[in-house]
Design a protein around this ligand. Structure first.
Ligand SMILES: [Zn+2]
Length: 301
């Protein structure tokens, strides 16, 4: 009997039913995209991402201030894979093209040309592998030492027409059709909480928040942006919140420091390195962490 129950709990249907029930009780647990608020499904994400990477070349443009007498960066042309990047300073325009697509960026839209003049560029890669067109600018007034702040822009260039068509079509199907069919959640925002914390106070925390939201008439507007663990403590990021809600979150963030993240029992130790609270049983047997006793969520040794 126990085995049957265990197997049942691992089925997709059980997960959908359990998640749906949770989202009915606590609407803010419904998984949504944090930018557009749409129901967040994992279904096509991987395929869409793959298609997008084949269909589109993405460039970032960033701006950096150079000393007025620095000649190092006065390049105005770059060939990058199949793309040409041309800086026409005199015309005030940056052109990125690859034979399929062409984008012209007016320098005045990204640089304050009254204060800065563009002196050159270079192409570098960001940590995530995105090519970055670094534009170098200098202060027109030599006595002005202002550093350029901001001026960051993303540019997308179609790299493959066929893949772009497939990407657009699939995005349309995803948003206009699948979004309206698959409305039942397969997971909830609460799944991101450490299992021990979820077990110890997850539902109680949701109840407290719902109670306050009902008081404020804000139950359907309140959103969770992210739930995670940081420095051994629960972090609960939200939108459309209130001071009273913050108080509830703060209370549980404090409680979390004294609860084992694996099982939910009172924590007795705090790992170092990757700081997390654990009970004696679940403390990682790992030489990089040192054993620390904890008191009020802090290491005590
Ligand atoms: Zn434990």
């Amino acid at each position: 009997m126990l085995n049957v129950m265990k197997n049942l709990k691992e089925t997709k249907l059980y997960k959908v039913l359990k998640s749906s029930w949770l989202c009915l009780r606590f609407p803010f647990l419904y998984p949504r995209n944090r930018f557009d608020g749409r129901h967040h499904r994992y279904m096509l994400q991987h395929v869409l991402w793959k298609l997008h990477s084949k269909a589109i070349t993405e460039f970032s443009i960033s701006i950096k201030t150079q000393k007025a007498d620095d000649n190092t960066y006065r390049h105005s042309y770059f060939a990058f894979l199949n793309n040409q990047i041309i800086l026409k300073k005199d015309l005030g325009v940056l052109i990125i093209q690859n034979g399929i697509d062409k984008k012209e960026i007016q320098l005045k839209d990204i640089v304050d040309l009254k204060k800065f003049s563009v002196i050159g560029m270079e192409v570098i890669f960001s940590i995530s592998g995105t090519p970055v067109i670094q534009l170098y600018v200098k202060n027109i007034d030599v006595n002005d030492t202002t550093n350029y702040g901001g001026g960051y822009k993303k540019v997308e260039l179609i790299a493959d027409k066929q893949y772009n068509f497939r990407y657009k079509l699939l995005t349309w199907i995803d948003e206009k059709i699948l979004d309206n069919i698959f409305i039942l959640p397969t997971y909830t925002e609460l799944d991101a909480m450490e299992p021990g914390w979820r077990k110890a106070f997850g539902i109680q925390m949701c109840k407290d928040i719902r109670k306050q939201l009902l008081k404020e008439g804000n139950l359907f507007k309140y959103r969770i942006l992210q739930i995670k663990e940081k420095w051994g403590e629960l972090c609960w990021y939200d939108a459309h919140s209130s001071t009273e809600i913050y108080k509830i979150i703060e209370k549980y963030e404090e409680i979390s420091r004294n609860i084992c993240i694996i099982c939910g029992k009172p924590a007795t130790k705090m790992s170092t390195g990757w700081i997390c609270p654990y009970c004696d049983e679940h403390y990682p047997d790992d030489k990089t962490s040192e054993c620390n006793k904890i008191e009020d969520g802090k290491c005590k040794e």
